[in-house]
Ligand binder design. Sequence first.
Ligand code: GDP
Ligand code: IMO
Ligand code: MG
Length: 428
Amino acid sequence: MPAVVVLGTQWGDEGKGKATDQLGSRIDYVVKFNGGNNAGHTVVIDGEKYALHLLPSGILSPGVTPVIGNGVVIDISVLFEEIDALEARGVSAERLLVSSAAHVIAPYHRTVDKVTERFLGKRKIGTTGRGIGPAYADKINRVGIRIQDLFDEKILRQKVEGALDQKNHLLVKVYNRRAITVDETVEDLLGYAERLRPYVADTPLVLNQALDAGRTLVFEAGQATMLDVDHGTYPFVTSSSATAGGACTGSGVGPTRIDRVVGVAKAYTTRVGEGPYPTELFDEDGEWLRQTGGEFGTTTGRPRRTGWYDAVVARYSSRINGLTDLVVTKLDVLTGRDKIPVAVAYDVDGRRFDEMPDDQSDYHHAKPVYEYLDGWTEDISGARELSDLPVNAQRYLTHLEEISGCRISAVGVGPGREATVAIHDLLG
Ligand code: GDP
Ligand code: IMO
Ligand code: MG
């Protein structure tokens, strides 16, 4: 029985939620290991749309145990809002497990996120404003609050005092904001403790025992490789490890226990927020992709930046993550194009780069070198096998496979759970 990581190979919103959900009926545990409610995963089941932020997508499948791992940062008010909204729609969160070592996003993290972005002005990251960066900064700075701290008021108070000490100097003296009191923060966090208690567990132990017992685990990443704090387009990244290694540190499961690493890639690309994006389109083709693909953020509703497929990014992601399988999504969106450009390399001030430039300035100057593939006009949303696809769609996929450094195991042809062309079994 395998342990499978599902992650994004581009800049997020590749359709990770749908990919995880599809494995749902065959898995026992689904583990979120990084990020927080900056993520937005949309799953469509029988025409009903679910948007998940903190809870892993597998929660929509009966029988699956959802786990929020130690690598996640948790805004507890958002967690309960999400649980309540799902339960109102008949989805039970009863089996949810939350790591006692996960860090908490406190109200002051949201404040700091917003004021920092405002202060950065033109140099802003374009964050989701959910307090993600400041919460991870506190974790690394060793002044974070962990879930287990909520169950001991004395310790909680000490830790909040430690966390607020420097922040209040910054808020008041640099950002001209009011100081945040220890009392208001402690009261806010303690207010969740009793409701949270039944979900809290030693999740690394639970997950390793589940693997010992032959259970199937899926580790679902938030964000994506190009937003990873180490391997993405730093500093225009999120603050966590969204790549395959993050699945281990963020869950407490060792790398020798992971069987498969599945990368999810759109048949084109999108990005939300600031930062370099070589294949970005600023013309009517970009607007066409945005409208046809419904490219508006699940979390913030922002219009996503859009562009053609980037094989340099795909190869980089294959390498960094050690991908075993690629799931290509939203192929249906490209239907009706005469020619489909695909970037195979970059031109950086007259120099050709076949692989990702190591230097940030080079990446900011990278211009795509395109190949143009033939498109198709037939509706492909009903395709379930490769042979159901028009020959040019098949050729598009064969070519992507050749230039992306990984075999393609499934192809999305619509948002619905069933709208997938299956090629290789992801759990086999
Ligand atoms: P995630 O963050 O990676 O889970 O992706 P999002 O849910 O933010 O964005 C992906 C969007 O594409 C969602 O609206 C999905 O319902 C939709 N989607 C996923 N796969 C497909 C597909 O194959 N075709 C189409 N048309 N839409 C898809
Ligand atoms: P899913 O899981 C797309 C982007 C933000 C911003 C940068 C940093 O749905 O793919 P943060 O709030 O994390 O500090 O913002 O990262 N970002 C995402 N973009 N999809 C996401 O998640 C994202 N999560 C964060 O837009 O550029
Ligand atoms: Mg998303």
